[in-house]
Design a protein around this ligand. Structure first.
Ligand SMILES: Nc1nc2c(ncn2[C@@H]2O[C@H](COP(=O)(O)OP(=O)(O)OP(=O)(O)O)[C@@H](O)[C@H]2O)c(=O)[nH]1
Ligand SMILES: [Mg+2]
Length: 299
């Protein structure tokens, strides 16, 4: 390696429709569970930065909410957040789902790419689910959407071609400074991450009934050095009483399961012991309420 090798750095937005695997890709590249992944669309609601630092480069990946036709104020605000992120990055990774083909929403997003006029890589994800003969025509179709620098078929869950994505990403970044210290892997606070884990577990464990009416507010996040643990109190908001009943479950079993799974994952993430207290509250139509969105950090 030449001694004067340049240090490259920059911001890379990961965009795409809901559920194509953006957060899975982020987590894989950064090597930590930075963003919540579930099998349900519209899991990610905030821009979340995941940071990868190597001797020769620092890449700040920006995971974004899936871009879709918004059905309410929450949807509008999160789609807008994804669109805004295109303006502040050096490179865009546009993720498509090979099992769905190129959809109407993908075309809408390629329109945003044309407006942003930024270098972009297309990542055709989930190729582990189809035969090669299906992936090839998808690459050709994707090539017609935008003048991509690269089109990479990949599987984020299997890790296939994630190394290629990273290699190409670094190649397209400019020379630049180290923006974050070596050990930092996200710009989000531990408090925020704890809330996200709770939301993820509640989504995961309750299946279809609840989908998007869930929000989590971390009311208290306190280190208790004497007891060597972190005390977390969080409220799970739902929109209706019937949903509250599902979250609490028969004799509180569901809430207990959510709490236990979330506590374990928060402990893994923060590498500290955690005491987690969960409450469930009904907040009617919070997704249409500007004040609620503000309180929950979505505005
Ligand atoms: N088979 C397969 N499944 C994948 C792959 N990548 C992601 N998934 C699954 O797809 C689902 C959605 O993944 P996410 O990473 O949450 O997708 P997302 O694009 O961040 O979704 P939103 O946040 O809702 O926009 C999860 O069940 C993942 O496990 C892949 O390469 N192959
Ligand atoms: Mg996501």
């Amino acid at each position: 390696m030449p001694i004067d090798k340049k240090f490259r750095s920059g911001f890379v937005a990961i965009i795409g429709r809901p559920n194509v695997g953006k957060s899975t890709i982020l987590n894989h590249l950064v090597g930590e569970k930075v963003a919540v992944v579930t099998e349900k669309p519209e899991t990610t609601r905030d821009k979340i930065r995941g940071i990868l630092t190597r001797p020769d480069a620092q890449v700040i990946f920006v995971d974004t909410p899936g871009i879709h036709k918004p059905a309410n104020l929450l949807g509008k605000q999160i789609t807008q957040a994804a669109k805004d992120s295109l303006l502040e990055v050096d490179l865009i990774v546009f993720v498509l789902d090979v099992t769905k083909g190129v959809t109407q929403e993908d075309r809408l997003i390629s329109g945003l790419l044309k407006e942003a006029k930024k270098p972009a890589i297309a990542l055709i994800n989930k190729v582990d689910k189809v035969s090669k003969s299906l992936a090839l025509p998808m690459i050709e179709e994707a090539a017609r959407l935008y003048d991509f620098r690269e089109i990479i078929p990949a599987s984020a869950t299997k890790g296939d071609n994630m190394d290629v994505l990273l290699k190409k990403t670094v190649e397209y970044l400019p020379e630049g400074p180290k923006y974050f210290p070596d050990e930092q892997y996200t710009d989000r606070t531990e408090r925020f991450m704890a809330g996200e884990v709770v939301r993820g577990k509640a989504l995961e464990l309750t299946r279809e009934e609840i989908p998007h009416s869930l929000a989590v507010l971390v009311e208290e996040f306190k280190e208790r050095p004497k007891k060597k643990l972190i005390y977390v109190r969080a409220i799970i908001f739902v929109e209706r009483h019937s949903q509250k009943k599902i979250i609490v479950g028969h004799k509180g079993q569901m809430l207990k399961a959510i709490g236990e799974a979330a506590r374990k994952e928060i402990e893994d993430l923060l590498k500290k012991r955690v005491y987690l207290e969960l409450w469930v509250k009904v907040y009617e139509n919070w997704r249409k309420d500007p004040q609620a969105l503000k309180m929950l950090g979505y505005a």
